[in-house]
Design a protein around this ligand. Structure first.
Ligand SMILES: *Cc1c(COP(=O)(O)O)cnc(C)c1O
Length: 388
């Protein structure tokens, strides 16, 4: 009988798995073979070879990732940036123009502004929360609109439904970086997005031990992006495929815990007299709270906040907190803390950051899987020590 597979968590564990266990192995083995016996393939892209993204370790991941985001097809890549660059080069290409939400991930911003002009790709940045301003940015060669599910580090939520509708109305490809929301909280295809991209380094893998990327979307688009990736070579190796596969199976339990824990931490910080401001879409005080409630099943594990004072107090707090590790990145089992002005947003000068609403004292937290009670007690102690 075909396996019953309705719920998200059942799909995480069982979707795409070999119907007959390989050698009886309960866990999918690693196929550490660069090449495979020729069996009559007609075209180059059908040959079995690691760089062509079609080993058994790739195929199981592709099927699982497509299933959990309700997409037709998926592709894994060597990093989030490999997925993003390859998808955009495929869709927009030389001579094309695209609209991108301002304040995108730093690596993406640099790709769009530093590398794309030389490749003949033009980019205009838009305010993701003001759809009325988008139409006048259209050009005859506009091919895509690019947004992020939740922005970094202010965790803003753009008008995602408007972006998907705008693309459909004007014949553009709608593309979303869904890294911060994860498929647990948001499945972009369900509101009409053509492509969903992930840094699988973050929640999808969830253990801070590999770099990987993913693309989910329709068959035809994903096939075109696969051919581009086959040529550019940004492939995920089988051992990293295995680790991503293992991490994915616990995505549901991890992210639901992180949703819950981040909300508790955000509420604790919000009521603390030494905390001036907390940014988390799950808080009623967040400017996009209602939109986030409509779109998402949960609000994710990332929040940011400002303390009384500024940089000095922020650095003291970070030093005083005992649980979080001070490191960039997010989505792992361990709580990470950073000051974006020194990490993810150090490429901007203080003025540019101020314009984007990112104060130099802003602290970003990626809540891990530690006990929420311990995190809250730790932050309470750290605040007391910082302001004594
Ligand atoms: C980390 C990140 C990326 C880049 O992913 P890598 O796996 O580091 O290449 C892209 N988008 C977002 C939102 C990210 O957080």
């Amino acid at each position: 009988m075909a396996k019953l597979m309705k719920g998200f968590d059942t799909k995480l564990v069982h979707a795409g798995e070999p119907e007959r266990l390989i050698g009886g192995a309960v866990a999918m083995p690693i196929f550490q073979s660069s090449t495979y016996e020729y069996s009559g393939q007609k075209g180059y892209h059908d040959l079995r070879y690691i760089r062509l993204n079609n080993t058994p370790n790739h195929e199981v991941l592709h099927a699982k990732l497509a299933t959990i985001e309700n997409a037709e097809a998926a592709l894994v890549a060597g990093s989030g940036m490999a997925a993003i660059s390859c998808a955009l080069l495929t869709v927009v290409g030389g001579g094309g123009h695209m609209l991108a939400q301002d304040c995108v991930y730093g690596g993406t911003h640099d790709l769009l502004t530093q590398d794309f002009p030389a490749l003949g790709i033009e980019v205009d940045f838009i305010d993701g929360e003001d759809p009325g301003s988008w139409r006048e940015m259209l050009r005859p060669n506009t091919r895509a609109i690019y947004v992020e599910a939740i922005s970094n580090p202010l965790v803003r939520v753009s008008d995602l439904q408007a972006a998907s509708d705008f693309a459909a109305e004007h014949g553009l490809v709608s593309i979303i970086d869904n890294t911060f929301a994860s498929p647990v909280n948001f499945r972009p295809s369900e509101i009409g997005f053509d492509l969903s991209l992930h840094s699988a380094t973050k929640y999808l893998n969830g253990h801070s031990d590999i770099v990987a990327g993913a693309v989910m979307g329709g068959h035809e688009l994903v096939a075109r992006i696969t051919r581009k990736l086959n040529h550019l070579g940004g492939v995920l190796d089988p051992h990293a495929c295995f680790l991503l596969h293992r991490g994915l199976k616990t995505l549901g339990v991890r992210v639901r815990h992180q949703n819950e824990s981040a909300l508790r931490v955000a509420r604790f910080l919000e009521q603390h007299p030494r905390v001036n401001r907390v940014n988390y879409p799950g808080l009623e005080s967040h400017p996009n709270h209602l939109r986030a409630c409509e779109l998402f099943d949960g609000f994710g594990g990332v929040l940011s906040f400002e303390l009384e004072g500024g940089v000095e107090e922020a650095d003291r707090f970070i030093a005083n907190a005992s649980i979080p590790i001070c490191a960039p990145s997010l989505g792992g089992v361990e709580t990470l803390i950073t000051r974006p002005a020194t990490t993810s947003h150090s490429g901007m000068n203080a003025q540019e950051r101020a314009r984007a609403g990112i104060s130099d004292g802003l602290i970003r937290l990626s809540v891990g899987l530690e006990s929420s009670d311990d995190l809250i007690e730790d932050f309470e102690n750290a605040l007391r020590a910082t302001f004594q």
